[in-house]
Design a protein around this ligand. Structure first.
Ligand SMILES: Nc1ncnc2c1ncn2[C@@H]1O[C@H](COP(=O)(O)OP(=O)(O)O)[C@@H](O)[C@H]1O
Ligand SMILES: [Mg+2]
Length: 221
């Protein structure tokens, strides 16, 4: 089992969106649980809209100290959706202590990168957890913004995914419709949106020893 925390300093950067959709693509080839430790319970609310139709299980236990116990359960991947690291410092600390990997979504805006660096230096690195920054909400019409974000991260020596996640309106609709991105078909944009997360998942799994589960997932993709 791998426990993957989706974390970051700011609200609204896409932590919940990332956690739900990475869980969805991982569930195409593995047994997946999403744990919602954010007191705001956005992921739980999203799951409630789905009438139990998500391709993975969701647990709304907000006590991160229970994460270690999850290792006994029959899941290949556990994604943990977290509150912002300023509001929920104790929660984030506990999650990162128990996590094998952290995905840190950020807005590509230069102003978002500063707070992100602080989170990495003050919260992630001290816990010794492996991480990668995910550039989210990329507007394909403004490629220079993506380049700027990449350059800033690379100049700071921060580890990041080579791929990114584009801005698509399906991500704003999905929680209300109780769906994740893999559940929209017949629609080119949603297919592209799902592919964004598949590329991120493949990068994440490629960094780990090939287990049976991740091998199966790579084949799916
Ligand atoms: N790639 C994306 N494309 C379009 N909208 C997005 C994307 N990622 C996140 N959003 C939207 O941004 C808002 C904040 O995202 P959310 O996942 O709730 O952030 P957080 O959990 O960090 O507070 C939501 O309205 C969400 O639908
Ligand atoms: Mg959230």
């Amino acid at each position: 089992m791998r426990i993957i925390a989706v974390a970051g300093q700011k609200g609204g950067v896409g932590k919940t969106t990332t956690a739900m959709n990475l869980a969805a693509v991982a569930a195409e080839g593995a047994r997946v649980l999403l744990v919602d430790v954010d007191p705001q319970q956005s992921a739980t609310w999203w799951a409630d809209q789905s009438d139990d139709n998500l391709p993975f299980d969701v647990a709304d236990d907000t006590d991160p100290n229970n994460l270690a116990r999850l290792r006994a359960l029959p899941y290949d991947f556990v994604f943990v959706d977290t509150p912002g690291s300023l509001e929920g410092q104790a929660v984030i600390d506990a999650v990162l202590r128990n996590a094998d990997f952290a995905v840190l979504p950020t807005d590509p805006a230069a102003l978002a990168i500063g707070p992100l660096m602080r989170t990495i230096k003050q919260v992630v690195v001290p816990r010794g957890v492996d991480y990668k920054v995910l550039i989210n909400k990329v507007d394909p019409r403004i490629p220079s913004k993506l380049e700027e974000a990449r350059d800033l991260l690379d100049a700071a020596g921060v580890s990041r995914f080579a791929n990114h996640v584009r801005m698509y309106s399906v991500h704003e609709r999905a929680p209300i419709e109780g769906k994740v991105v893999t559940q929209y078909d017949n629609d080119l944009r949603s297919a592209r949106a799902a592919d964004d997360y598949r590329r991120i998942a493949v990068e994440m799994f490629a960094g780990w020893t090939m287990t049976t589960e991740s091998a199966a997932l790579t084949e799916v993709n």
